[in-house]
Write a protein that binds this ligand. Structure first.
Ligand code: CNA
Length: 318
């Protein structure tokens, strides 16, 4: 079946023209860890800076074990060590998170599907009802045995104090409601899957598109719906359809150029300025977010802290 090309140029100006047109009313986003790396949060799979590459040097059975429910039952310490370092509040949203807020202000955002658990979309001011946290978040927590919920403030206090929270009812382990390997995805995600078919534009950013069923959302876009991949590397099968656009660069760079084309750059930067991190973290200043070198250094420092801390806790390093 022949499909019309509704995007004129497969580049940023072509995309800006389409976004400005009447044809584009509903934008659906699919986000991954790459939208938060410039905030200083490591992704999973980047070869040197990613969490897995760094956890590989610890003698965990395999790096993913940190996020596996059966391993967590036996040993919750590696996960809680990581949670202490990555706990929301320390990091400032990125320019890309502010771009999502901007789409919402222009009444273009239909649904923001995210795999991230860092809650930076919310902190950038994107309304809760537009966000689907497909892999859950640190916003709530339950006992893994009796499923009783656990107090938010107490959870935060214990994670920051490097304690392991235990259920007040049955003494079982408490875990934030982030989806581990071996667990079901939240009902909200399942219910929102049909939203992808309503998109006039699907933008996929900062994800390796390797985690299913999330990655499969990209195939649910209508046949003529333009799909845009903004990522450091080519992933999935984006680029195979006539209206696909692939923009291989850092998300923050691409969205800034796109906003310049749209005449939105000042608005974008004003929104981002509002995200200046307020929360203190153990009395430390929030992470710096300017300049690429500084960002990379921050992510590397954090990786060192995480792997050293988990190594010490496990007492397994050489
Ligand atoms: P991933 O598999 O680590 O892939 C990240 C992708 O982003 C890679 O293709 C990178 O090339 C790309 N990337 C990295 N930095 C940038 C950048 N600045 N601009 C553009 N692209 C970039 O991560 P996925 O999200 O695909 O994997 C899904 C996992 C990761 C989910 O279960 C998440 O919960 C989990 N995760 C979340 C966070 C977070 O909440 N910030 C951090 C680390 C992992």
């Amino acid at each position: 079946m022949a499909r019309s090309k509704i995007i004129k140029g497969k580049d940023i100006p072509g995309l800006a023209e389409y976004i400005s047109s009447d044809k584009c009313q509903n934008i659906v986003l699919m986000l991954g860890a790459g939208v938060s790396t410039s905030a200083g949060i490591p992704d999973f799979r980047s070869p040197e800076t990613g969490l897995y590459a760094n956890l590989a040097r610890l003698k965990l059975p395999y790096p993913e074990a940190v996020f596996e429910i059966n391993f967590f039952r036996k040993n919750p310490v590696p996960f809680y060590t990581l949670a202490h370092e990555l706990y929301p509040g320390k990091f400032r949203p990125t320019i890309t998170h502010s771009f999502i807020r901007l789409l919402e202000r222009h009444r273009l955002l239909h649904t923001c599907f995210t795999q991230n658990i860092d809650t930076l979309e919310r902190r950038a001011g994107v309304p809760d009802d537009k966000i689907i946290e497909a892999h859950g978040s640190f916003a709530s927590q339950h006992c893994i045995d009796c499923r009783a919920s656990y107090d938010d403030a107490e959870m935060e206090r214990q994670i920051l104090a490097k304690e392991i929270p235990k259920c007040t009812r049955c003494k079982g382990l408490v875990k934030p409601d982030i989806v581990f390997f071996g667990e079901n995805l939240p009902d909200e995600f399942i219910k929102a899957i049909p939203n992808v078919a309503k998109a006039d534009l699907l933008i996929i950013m900062g994800t390796s598109l390797t985690v299913h069923p999330f990655a499969g959302l990209a195939e649910r876009a209508g046949a003529s719906c333009p799909r845009v991949l903004i990522n450091l590397d080519q992933v999935g099968n984006i680029g195979k359809r006539p209206n696909d656009i692939v923009l291989l660069d850092k998300c923050d760079e691409v969205v800034r150029k796109l906003c310049r084309e749209l005449g939105w750059e000042d608005e974008l930067m004003a929104l981002w300025a509002q995200t200046e991190a307020k929360a203190a973290w153990d009395g430390e200043e929030p992470e710096a977010v300017s300049g690429a070198t500084e960002e990379e250094a921050t992510a590397e420092d954090l990786m060192g802290t995480i792997t050293d801390a988990i190594g010490r806790q496990l007492n397994l390093e050489d």
